[in-house]
Design a protein around this ligand. Sequence first.
Ligand code: NAD
Ligand code: MLT
Length: 309
Amino acid sequence: MDRILVAEPIAEEGLARLRAAARVDVRTDLDKAGLIAILPEYDALIVRSATKVTADVLAAGTRLRVVGRAGTGVDNIDLDAATRQGIMVVNAPASNSVAVAELTIGLILSLARHIPQAHSTVVAGKWERNRFMGFEVRNKTLGLVGLGRIGAEVARRARGLEMHVVAYDPVVSTERALQLGVTLAPLEEVLAQADIVSLHVPLIDSTRNLINAMRLAQMKRGAYLINAARGGVVDETALLEAINGGHLAGAALDTYSTEPPVGNPLVGHPRVITLPHLGASTVEAQALTGVDVAEGVLVALSGGSPHYA
Ligand code: NAD
Ligand code: MLT
């Protein structure tokens, strides 16, 4: 019987699928050395985003045939090293798109109405009705960088809020964008037109620091940036300067270049809303993620290739 190591929490629904077909150990207590020490015993490894599946970790997996990523982004897995070792990498790409899109809408409205900041003042015993003047998102322009699964779900919801949506995505067709009620434009135009820019690209070589000082300067004065993609897509030092210098009005972040973002000056900034990487944290998304990654891992162990929506 195949042995599967689950190194980060996944939903019970997923564990049940795995247990029906393999011997499963859930070990969420392992540091890197601990993971390397026991990995030689396993045919499959399942992680979420905290475990860095680097080349040296993979090298310890002498009988490893598949790594399952319980989520979308695979930037915590060394894909080249996995390919060199003949280890398949599977993920659950469609499982959390709605969860991230709904969180993004929450962040848009939080920025527009200062919801977290206002909440903190009431908790602190203050009643500052004049301090938190907001704006309506109706008729404002949302700029999406990345119009894949999550970007498309955000677009649909933003259109429901009567926002104009412009997007940059090099692989999306004009027909697809039309279907979503989105206007495609080059990146600099999206940045220049949008009142709020939201990032929905994977962290890959070509998107690392994509939103740098030059790109931030191309954004409209007084605009906001949302990053619920990956911290590495934004130059955080440049973002802080753009906010402190008054070019941007603020930002909302779910992801950071280093997580947790210890010592990151964007955390605690009065014009920055910060969440602890909660995009996929809904009961529905986690159940789907657990099942999808379990099925992908089992298909890979049986010699097949998972099909993605
Ligand atoms: P997806 O693959 O469906 O879509 C990504 C899109 O980005 C694609 O259409 C691609 O063409 C586009 N893209 C790639 N490079 C680009 C560039 N330079 N400029 C503009 N567009 C570019 O992926 P998805 O499901 O939409 O997820 C996107 C990312 O969101 C994931 O890779 C992951 O890092 C992140 N994510 C975060 C959370 C969270 O908890 N905050 C949860 C899920 C996913
Ligand atoms: C993802 O890429 O799916 C997210 O980072 C979600 C997560 O792992 O929590």
